[in-house]
Design a protein. Sequence first.
Length: 641
Amino acid sequence: MKTNARPFSSAQKVALCIVVFSVISIGALAFAPAVSAQGPTNREFVVVASQYAFDPNFINVNFGDNVTIRLRSADVAHGMYIDGYDINIKLFPESPSDEVVVTFVANRAGVFRYRCSITCGGYHPFMMGKLTVEPGYEFPISIVLAWGIAMGSIGVYWKGRFEPIEEPEPVEKIDLLKFKLIKKLLKSRNIQFTILLATLAIFVFVIMSGLVGTPVGNRNFSVVMVWIIWWGALMIFMVPIGGRLWCMVCPLPAMGEWAQRGSLTTKNEKPHGLMKKWPKKLDNIWLQNAGFLSMTIFIGIMMISSLATALLMLLLIVLPLALSFVFKDRVFCRYLCPVSGFIGLYANAGMLELRVKDRAVCKKHIESKDCIQGNENGYGCPWFEFPQNLDRNAYCGLCLECIKTCPKDNIALNFRLGGEDLEIDPWAGRKKRKLDEAWKAFIMLTLAFLYGITFMGPYSFLKDMARIASLNEWLSFIILVWGMALIVVPGIFVGFTAIAKRASGNKEITLKKLVINYANALVPLGLLAWIAFSVAIVMIQGSLLIPVIADPFGWGWDIFALVGNPFGLGIDYPWQPYFTTFVPFIQMAILLGGLFLAVRASYQIGLRVFKDRAQAVKGSIPIIVFMTLFTMVLLWHWTGG
C-alpha cells in the first residue's frame, strides 16, 4: 500500500538522534544521587575581599556540607552574593578585624559564581569567585551532549555518504513589504529621519553622561547603556533576528550623511564634499579587523570608564563625519566601522534579508540602474552594493534606499529561518570572499571566549591585565588577545582544515579555498557564543539600568520620584541578579544549539565545495571535531570553569 508520508531528511534524523540522546543523558546525570561519599562535614572558609578579587577565588565543597564563610575586607566595603543560593552578605569594615559570617547547607550541586554586591570601584561588576559543590553535573552533561551532537551528526552523515546530492528545496520566506503599512513606513524618509534622530539623541545623552557624570561605571548611564543594554540587545535580539537591523537605525553615520547630502529628509541632487572613491586596494575588511582588534586592547577600560566610553562614542561620530567630506557615501560603515564588521559577519546567520524578488526583472531593466545611480525618489546604494547581485547580508546595511528607488518594485525584505548565506559559494557572484572574512570569524570566535573568561570568570590576574593595572600586565593582555585571535586559533583551524583536505582525498581543491569556505561554519558557533556571554551580562547586571535611568549622571537625582516612584523604582533600586540558578543551563542550551547549527553548516559547505557526498562527509569530520572541542572549552568556562 502506498503512503504519502515523506522520509526523514538527514537534518531531521540528526535532530531526532540528538533529542533522544539528550533526554537519556540528562536523565542519567541530572537525576543521579548528589551525595558525598564522605557524608556531610562542617567546612569553614575565610574569604578576604579586595579590589577586585576574592581570596580564595575558588571554593570546593561536597553536597550536603555545612558551609561557613567569614567575609573580611582588605580595603573598602564589599559584599558577597552567591548565585543559586541567593545569599547576599555585606561588610562595611571599620577595622581590619571586622567580618561578617554566613552559614548554609550546600544543598545544590553544581558550579556557582560568587560576586561582590557592593560597589567597590570601577571593576566591581567583574569581581567574582567560583563555588563548586561536588558532584557538579552541568559540565559533564554538557560535554556528553556536545559529543553526542558531533558523533550523532557524523554517524547520520556517514550512513548516507554514498547517496546522490540533491538540489536543496527553496527556503520559505515572508516578504515584509507585502504588508502595506510596513512598506509605507520603510519608504518614508520622515519616519526614517525620526528614528535616526531618536537614536542620535540617546547617543548624545550617552556622551554627555560619560563626560560630566560620575566616574563610577555601574552608576553612570553611558557605561550601563552601551556595554550592558545596547550590547545585550544587539547580540541577543537584533543581529540574530534582524541581521543588519542596527545599521538601519545607527546614528553614527547619520550626521556625515546629512552633511554630505546637504539635506535631512528630501532628496538633494548636489552632494557636498570631494566625493572621492575608496581605494580599490582597500576594498576588504582588513581595516575593520585591525580597528576592532585595536579597540580590544582598551576594552578593559572602556567597559568600566564613563569617560572612555564617551570618548569612543565621540570618535565614532566625528570620524564618519570627517570622512563624508572626502569620500563618497558610507565608506566608514563599509570599510572601517568595527561594529559594522562583526554585525556583517553574524548578519549572514540573521533572519532578515534584503534581496531582489526576481533577478530576471533586473537584467531586463537595462535603461537605467536606479538602485545604483539613484533617482528622484532616493540615492544610489551608499554601501556600494548592487541589489541584483545580493546573495548575503554581509555588506547590505539595510539603508532602504533601493526600496525607494526601484521603479519595478522588485525589492523584497524577507523574514527567513537564517543561515542560508553561510552556504553560498564564495566564488559565485560579483565579489569573491577572501581571507579577511575568514579572519573576522576567527577573531570574533576567539574574543567570545577570552572576554567571557576575563570579565565573567574568577581569574583576577586576567582582570588586572585587561584594566591595565601595570604596563607589563597590559602588554601581556595585548599579546594574549592578538596572539590567540590572529595566530593560535586560526593556526589550529588551518591545521584541522589541512587534515580535512587529506581526509577527503580531494587533491584539486586548495587549502586556502577550504579555509575560506569552512570558516563560514564558525559563524553560528561564534554568534551563539556571544549570545551566551551577553545573556550572563544582562541577567547578572541588567538591574543596574533602573538606578542609572533615575540618576543618569550620578548626581543624586531621582527621576522616578517625579511620578511617585512607581513599583519601588528609583535611585535606591537594589542590584539584583536574575535567575542565576538557570543561567548556566541557558548558556549550555545556547552553546549546544550553536554547535548543532555549526555542524550542519560545515556539512552543507562540504557538499557545495566537494560536490561529492563521500568527500564532503570525510572532509567535514575534522572541522566538526574542531568545533566540538572549541564548544567544550566554552562549556568548561560557563558551566565548569
